[in-house]
Ligand binder design. Structure first.
Ligand code: UD1
Ligand code: UDP
Length: 362
């Protein structure tokens, strides 16, 4: 008899990083997919199901995020998830990463004594104020099967006293997702943005830690604005950041091309043809390494240190001077860009298959 697995997801990066996993869950398990509705705009949600050819969720919790605090958001998720889990009684609950949807899935599963499998386990930024850090620590300590993306993540879990038998270092399904999506990317995806290959830079920004504090946001934007004086910057803007730029009356320079959030195929097409990307995103740091473009990480710390250590990505901090120093060096020197492209990226593909094998063995 097939085991039953119930997946909880709710935001853009979870949909994307679960994209190679969901078809295999469908094939090998009785699989129930639950969408919390944390992200809900067409371009933050449905576009990914369509473009990445994913099955529809069986349950939508319609929780949303606009105008509610994290407590209400989590509360609604818990309240709406519990009856579904009680009815389905799965053998596993699968969650990924560090969002409030991830935490809600894990909390309800733990309360109902359903084992949790946590994808992308063990990542740490050591910034305890960040909601993502709080979420992932809590989920890791509740999970029965912890799927770590790299040795560093395994070491963090060990350091926190988590039973090592629960931890498996399998790589990250995000890498498989990028490979899968790259096969669906078409040449026209670049043309519609009116840019030529290697003649622009891509940017994204959305974390609460980057956007909620006015001083910090204006520093980062000042850095992006300065870069746009040297090269056009394409900036698909997350709705949180749109709201914060407006609230704090922070302006983007003329050279910054402001876009709505775009689909993952468009995003990857742009990324692959960019000079480099500037971003505070977790997922983008790995994607950049897969398509072999440097990522300037607009933060003070990152969970993906192995890509910085390998010389593929750069931690700039949030001060414009730090951002401009690295961006300027990359823009001035084609040979530096080539040198970085020649470096080997520590990327472990195949996490999806490994996760399935582990679950089937249990
Ligand atoms: C969430 C995750 C973050 C992840 C990010 C991915 C938490 C605590 N944070 O942050 O870890 O990196 O998703 O993108 O779970 N909004 C819309 N339309 C949408 C979605 C959001 O307008 O489809 C607006 C809402 O006004 C909301 C704001 O964006 O207030 C923030 O949304 P929320 O889901 O709470 O957090 P994110 O910043 O997206
Ligand atoms: N992404 C996208 N369109 C955009 C911006 C980002 O498809 O306009 C994708 C990107 O390719 C990556 C994912 O969103 O796969 C990263 O999600 P996000 O930055 O929202 O969250 P994080 O990874 O930081 O949790």
């Amino acid at each position: 008899m097939k085991q039953t697995i119930l997946t909880v997801l709710g935001t853009r990066p979870e949909i994307i990083k679960f994209s190679p996993v969901l078809p295999l869950f469908d094939a090998r398990f009785e699989h129930v997919l639950v969408h919390t509705g944390q992200h809900y705009d067409e371009n933050m949600d449905r576009i990914f199901f369509r473009e990445l050819k994913l099955r529809q969720p069986a349950y939508f919790l319609n929780v949303g995020s606009a105008g509610i605090g994290p407590g209400v958001q989590l509360g609604r998720m818990l309240e709406r998830l519990e009856p579904i889990l009680s009815k389905v009684r799965p053998d596993w609950v699968a969650v990924l990463g560090d969002t409030n949807s991830t935490l809600a899935g894990a909390l309800v599963a733990a309360k109902l004594n359903v084992p949790i499998v946590h994808f992308e386990s063990g990542c740490r930024s050591f910034n305890r104020d960040a909601p993502e850090e709080q979420n992932r620590i809590l989920v890791d300590h509740l999970a029965a099967l912890l799927l770590a993306p790299d040795r560093q993540a395994v070491a963090h879990l060990r350091h926190e006293g988590i039973d090592r038998k629960r931890v498996h270092c399998i790589g990250n399904t995000g890498l498989d997702a990028t490979r899968r999506a790259m096969r669906l990317v078409r040449e026209r995806q670049l043309r519609k943005f009116g840019v030529r290959p290697e003649a622009f830079v891509l940017a994204t920004l959305h974390r609460a830690e980057s956007t909620d504090d006015r001083a910090r946001l204006s520093q980062i934007v000042a850095g992006i604005n300065e870069v746009s004086e040297m090269v056009p910057v394409l900036f698909p803007i997350h709705p949180r950041t749109v709201a914060m730029l407006q609230k704090h009356r922070i302006r983007l320079a003329q050279g910054v091309h402001r876009l709505e959030p775009i689909g993952n195929l468009d995003f990857l097409a742009l990324l692959k043809n960019s000079l480099f990307v500037m971003s505070d995103s977790g997922g983008v740091q790995e994607e950049a390494a897969v398509v072999n473009r440097p990522c300037l990480v607009l933060r003070d710390e990152t969970e993906w240190t192995r890509l910085v250590d390998a010389g593929k990505n750069f931690l700039t901090g949030t001060n414009p001077r730090g951002i401009i120093r690295i961006a300027g060096a990359l823009l001035r020197s084609p040979s530096l860009r080539l040198k970085i492209r020649g470096k080997k990226a520590p990327l472990q593909f195949g996490a999806t298959q490994k996760a399935i094998r582990l679950l089937l063995k249990k």
